[in-house]
Design a protein around this ligand. Structure first.
Ligand code: UT7
Length: 318
């Protein structure tokens, strides 16, 4: 009998727009300072898309990066799942369909809306669609142009966000374990805490309530995934969290009683790129040689919805 299929991430790609905006530059626009932003969030700079650069444009560059880095071709890709809160078109077509058109991909293509947890949700949708046979493999993308929905006069939010895209190729393999478990949740009671206001088309956020939700929910996702897979913190090489605020991660590490060094953080250079932050971090870790054969990784996200969740996987080098 054949062993069950395991679904694995076999390639990664990313793209950050060229324009880098410092905290000091923002302090010319709103009443803020480099000191406040760094001490309250850990953010030093963010990358912002050019005026006409869209979410699909960033995603296209990330996919090109994946193909080039791993010697793959678009012809090998079957389906596309894009996680984004900032699609090129507000209703349809999906950003995934725009990518399908650009790369000549003919399989299923769909967008996922789960705020900053989007990449975790999209990974699970891709994984499930491979298992049911709906897709042979899945290109899972997180891409955002949050700069297009930020209120640049609101210091409470405009300093927090950045633009970017990251992607992962999910494929089935018979011989090795890959994605081991997924935990997905939505806490609808907090729906109004983080919204893109339909009238102004800008982000409105109750920062403090999202902050405490984030600390609690990441901890819960991590503990649940470890417990139900009989694993301990020592079994995990890296926790790769959604990058929203360095203080959230420090508070979460303290709550769990683990070393904050277990969490990979790059928020300093990118700010909060929502659904793109986890694949951006993974691609950067791979580039730095931090992902080793057999490493167990825990990806954890939280965000608008309010949604949260995590993916436990074993990393393999391809
Ligand atoms: O991806 C998921 C979505 N977002 C998040 O995860 C964000 C979660 N929340 C947070 O990260 C934090 O709550 C913030 C970074 C948004 C805010 O940090 P905080 O320590 O919770 O600050 P606060 O909201 O309690 O505000 C403290 C003070 C306020 O002034 P008053 O009312 O005490 O006089 C704010 O007006 O800081 C002020 N403030 C600022 N000051 C300078 C808020 N933003 C700024 C700013 N520069 N950019």
């Amino acid at each position: 009998m054949k062993p069950p299929l395991s679904i694995q991430i076999t390639a990664l790609g990313s793209y950050s727009p060229a324009r880098v905006v410092t905290n000091d530059e923002l302090s010319h626009r709103v009443d803020t300072s480099d000191e406040w932003i760094k001490s309250h969030t850990g953010i030093a700079v963010r990358h912002l898309a050019a005026e006409l650069e869209t979410t699909a444009d960033l995603a296209t560059k990330a996919v090109e990066n994946l193909l080039a880095n791993h010697g793959r071709t678009a012809a090998e890709i079957d389906g596309i799942v894009v996680a984004t809160a900032t699609p090129d078109y507000p209703g349809f077509p999906s950003t995934a369909c725009l990518l399908a058109q650009r790369f000549g991909i003919k399989g299923p293509a769909l967008d996922i809306s789960a705020g900053c947890t989007g990449f975790i949700y999209a990974l699970e949708v891709g994984r499930a669609m491979i298992i049911t046979g709906a897709m042979k493999n899945a290109l899972v993308v997180g891409s955002e142009t949050l700069s297009s929905v930020v209120d640049w006069d609101d210091r409470n939010t405009c300093v927090l966000f950045g633009d970017g895209a990251g992607c992962a190729l999910l494929e089935s393999r018979q011989e090795q374990e890959g994605i081991l478990d997924t935990y997905l949740k939505a806490e609808a009671a907090g729906a109004e805490a983080l919204v893109i206001d339909p009238k102004s088309r800008t982000i409105k956020m109750d920062g403090r309530s999202v902050y405490s939700f984030a600390v609690r929910s990441i901890g819960q996702a991590i503990e649940t995934l470890l417990k139900r897979n009989n694993l301990d913190f020592e079994d995990i090489a890296w926790i790769v969290p959604h990058q929203a605020n360095q203080r959230i991660i420090a508070a979460c590490a303290k709550r769990l009683g683990i070393d904050v060094q277990k969490f990979y953080l790059n928020i300093e250079q990118y700010a909060n790129t929502s659904a793109a932050s986890i694949p951006l971090a993974l691609a950067e870790m791979q580039e730095k040689g931090l992902l080793k054969e057999g490493n167990r990784l825990l990806l954890v996200g939280f965000g608008a919805g309010l949604t949260y969740g995590g993916t436990l996987l074993t990393w393999h080098q391809y």
